[in-house]
Design a binder for this molecule. Structure first.
Ligand SMILES: [Zn+2]
Length: 422
C-alpha cells in the first residue's frame, strides 16, 4: 500500500483571494527554505470565500499548480477545502487534497445519552489524574467532567467522522490530509477537553493530521491578537503536550499538530508559538488568508495612477455596504465605524499615505487597525470590480508581489520559523 499523504511538520495556509499571488508567496517560502527551513504552502479557500468572490475550487488548484511549476518550488504543496461541511464538500472533492472539517456548529448539541455513557465507559481510564509529559500539572478529569465534555463535543466529532468517511469514499484513504476545526465558536476548548476530543476523533478513526481549536482571546482578521499572550502561550504549550500524549495513547497519526486559524498578523503570538515548537519539537499549521489580499491593495496604492484609484475605490464602494460586508465575519472582526477614515479623506490620500494606513506596522502612527480590518472583509467589492481590479493587479504585479512576499517573509515566516529546522 502506498504511504498515506503526510503533511510536513511546518505548513502555512496561504490564501490568495484572486489567485494572482502564488509566485510572490513562493518567493517568500523559497527565501526561508534557502535558510534551511521548509514550510509547506497550503492554498486554502473556504466555501464562503468562493461564494463571495465567484470562484471555484478548480481555480485554486490551477493557480497553485501553475505557481509551483513557474517557481520550481520543490517543497510540496496542498490545496485546502477550508471550513467545509457535508452541505458543500462535494464541489471540493476533485481539486483538494486537504480538507478542513468544520464542525463548530455542532458543538454543544448533545449526542444521545446512551452514546455519551458508552463513550465514558470506553474511556473510563481517563478519569483521575493524568500525567502528561511536558505539562507542569497533571490533567484532572472527574467522571462528571468526562461526561460533560462528551455531551459538548461527541456529536460534533461524530459529524466530523461522517464527513471524513464521505471524503474517503470518494477519494480513497490516505490520499488527502484531514484537519478537524472547532475554531469558529465562542468558548475556547480547554486542554482536558482537547484530550476528550482527541479520544473521540480516534474512536471515529479520523486520521487527523491537524486540529484547530478555539484558543483563548480574540483572533480578529488582519490585526494582532487581542488577549494576554502569556495565557495563550500556556494554553498552546498544554495543547501541544496533550496532542503528543493522545497520539501515543489513542494511536492517532504521529504528525498530528495544532492549526492556528486567523493566524496571520498575530505578531505577539509568534514568539510564544516558536518557543513551544522549539521546546517540544512540535509542528504547526498557521492558517492565513486575507493578509495577502491586503498586500494587493497596499501594492496598488503604492503603484499610484490607476492602481491607487482602484485601491481608493475599493474603500469608497465598500464603505456604503458596511453591514453587509462585515456580517459574515462578525465573530472574527471588531471594527469601530467612528474610527474609520472618512471616504472623502481617503479619496485625497496619495499612495504612500493609503499604504501606511493599511500596512500592519504597529509602530507607524498612521496605521489604522479598524481600516485594515474593514478592507480585509471588503474583497467582495474588488471581485465585483472584476476585470478592472484584476487588470490593475496584473499591471502592477511587480510592486504588489514585492509587498506580498515581504509581508509573508518578514512579518510571518521569519518571526515564526527562523532558526528552526525542517
Ligand atoms: Zn477557521
Amino acid at each position: 500500500m502506498k504511504a498515506p499523504l503526510t503533511l510536513a511538520r511546518y505548513s502555512i495556509g496561504v490564501g490568495d483571494r484572486f489567485g494572482r499571488e502564488g509566485r510572490a508567496q513562493l518567493r517568500a517560502l523559497q527565501a526561508l527554505r534557502d535558510a534551511g527551513v521548509t514550510v509547506v504552502p497550503v492554498w486554502n479557500k473556504s466555501f464562503r470565500e468562493h461564494s463571495l468572490i465567484g470562484t471555484r475550487p478548480a481555480d485554486v488548484r490551477r493557480a497553485a499548480d501553475a505557481a509551483v511549476a513557474a517557481a520550481n518550488w520543490a517543497g510540496g504543496h496542498h490545496v485546502d477545502a477550508d471550513h467545509i461541511s457535508l452541505k458543500n464538500v462535494d464541489g471540493f472533492l476533485d481539486a483538494s487534497d486537504f480538507f478542513t472539517l468544520d464542525v463548530a456548529d455542532h458543538i454543544g448539541v448533545a449526542a444521545p445519552e446512551a452514546e455519551i455513557q458508552a463513550f465514558a465507559g470506553r474511556h473510563r481510564d481517563l478519569v483521575g489524574r493524568i500525567a502528561v509529559a511536558g505539562m507542569p500539572q497533571p490533567i484532572v478529569l472527574t467522571a462528571e467532567l468526562l461526561a460533560a465534555s462528551a455531551r459538548k463535543y461527541l456529536h460534533a466529532v461524530r459529524e466530523a467522522g461522517r464527513l471524513y468517511r464521505h471524503i474517503e469514499a470518494a477519494k480513497g484513504a490516505g490520499t488527502f490530509v484531514t484537519e478537524v476545526s472547532m475554531d469558529e465558536t465562542n468558548a475556547p476548548q480547554t486542554p482536558p477537553e482537547m484530550l476528550v476530543i482527541l479520544a473521540a476523533i480516534a474512536d471515529e478513526k479520523i486520521p487527523a493530521q491537524t486540529v484547530a481549536p478555539k484558543f483563548t482571546g480574540r483572533f480578529n482578521k488582519g490585526v494582532d491578537y487581542v488577549g494576554d499572550p502569556a495565557v495563550f502561550a500556556a494554553e498552546f504549550a498544554a495543547d501541544v503536550c496533550v496532542i503528543r500524549h493522545a497520539v501515543a495513547r489513542f494511536g492517532l497519526p504521529a504528525n498530528l499538530k495544532l492549526s492556528v486559524h486567523s493566524g496571520s498578523d498575530k505578531f505577539s503570538l509568534y514568539g510564544p508559538i516558536a518557543a513551544a515548537l522549539r521546546r517540544f519539537g512540535a509542528g504547526v499549521h498557521l492558517k492565513t488568508a486575507g493578509t495577502t489580499w491586503l498586500e494587493e491593495v497596499i501594492g496598488l496604492a503604492e503603484a499610484g495612477g490607476d492602481g491607487l484609484e482602484a485601491a481608493r475605490d475599493v474603500y469608497r464602494l465598500a464603505r456604503g455596504r458596511f453591514e453587509e460586508l462585515c456580517a459574515p465575519y462578525a465573530t472574527v472582526i471588531d471594527v469601530q465605524t467612528q474610527r474609520l477614515p472618512p471616504v472623502e479623506a481617503v479619496m485625497q490620500w496619495d499612495g504612500p499615505r493609503l499604504a501606511r494606513a493599511l500596512r500592519h506596522d504597529p509602530r507607524c502612527a498612521e496605521f489604522n487597525p479598524d481600516f485594515r480590518q474593514f478592507v480585509h472583509v471588503s474583497f467582495r467589492v474588488a471581485a465585483e470590480m472584476g476585470p478592472r481590479y484584476l487588470a490593475a493587479v496584473e499591471k502592477h504585479a511587480e510592486v504588489v508581489g514585492r509587498n506580498v512576499a515581504a509581508n509573508l517573509l518578514e512579518r510571518h515566516l521569519r518571526p515564526l520559523f527562523d532558526g528552526l529546522r525542517a
